[in-house]
Design a protein around this ligand. Structure first.
Ligand code: PGA
Length: 249
């Protein structure tokens, strides 16, 4: 049986209690298909409220990052243990906006993934190339480097989602062609087969992110190798997000 598609909404530094209530009202009336797993990622401060408001809607809650340690003197950080206590069941790791903010982000990614898995949070590990790398045909090479560095064989593959997000497609309205998206996802699966093994790699959902909206969601989700989408801008509109969810089945 194929795994449910992932429709993930990364709110970034957006949202409010009012938005959470709007989501709760809208999705309460929707009978979500079992073929889809819907997750929203509000800022840390709103996780608990989102969990409480959305727990009857089948929408799961995720966080936008986590620290690699579970406690300690790390001012301003939040651990996976704390996220789990707020009701989160997913966490985004290595989003390019975070990698850009801090040069040391990359080196902590394996630790963040391990700490998430330890707390039963499903990590959505983001990878992607820059525009220059894309133009120089280095995409596959860059993705292989990022995946080999981030993932350890000791992680159970079914506890993992990989998000392919070309940096140049995030928030720009630009996107690779559908064929390129499909080919790149296939290449990611091949790399994952080398890191784990073929059977384990099949259990990893590979999702696409970067300028996904209600108009392009169906064609992206219809690509054979695409197991879902990570949505930024369009995820803070209840109407647009619901349209994207319903395009997945
Ligand atoms: P976007 O963002 O949908 O606004 O391009 C995607 C993301 O950053 O995950």
């Amino acid at each position: 049986m194929s795994l449910p598609k992932v429709i993930a909404g990364n709110w970034k530094m957006n949202g409010s209690n009012i938005l959470i209530e709007k989501f709760s009202k809208k999705f309460r009336t929707v009978d979500l298909s079992t073929k889809v797993e819907v997750i929203v990622f509000p800022p840390f401060t709103h996780l608990k409220y989102a969990y409480e408001q959305l727990k009857d809607t089948n929408i799961k809650i995720g966080a936008q990052d986590c620290h690699h340690e579970s406690t300690g003197a790390f001012t301003g950080n939040v651990s996976s243990k704390m996220l789990a206590e707020c009701g989160a069941s997913f966490v985004i790791i290595g989003h390019s906006e975070r990698r850009e903010l801090s040069r040391s982000e990359n080196k902590y990614i394996p630790g963040k993934i391990s700490s998430a898995v330890e707390r039963n949070l499903t990590p959505i590990v983001c990878i992607g190339e820059s525009l220059i790398e894309h133009q120089n045909n280095q995409t596959n090479e860059i993705l292989e480097k990022q995946l080999k560095f981030s993932l350890k064989q000791s992680i159970k593959s079914e506890a993992l989602v990989v998000a392919y997000e070309p940096k140049w497609a995030i928030g720009t309205g630009k996107m690779p062609s559908l064929n390129q998206i499909n080919q790149t996802h296939r290449c990611i699966r091949e790399i994952l087969s080398k890191i784990f093994d073929k059977e384990s790699a099949k259990k990893i959902r590979i999702i696409y992110g970067g300028s996904v909206n209600p108009s392009n969601a169906s064609e992206i989700l219809n690509q054979e190798e695409v197991s879902g989408v990570l949505v930024g801008g369009a995820s803070i509109s209840t109407d647009d997000f619901l349209k994207i969810v319903t395009r997945s089945y």
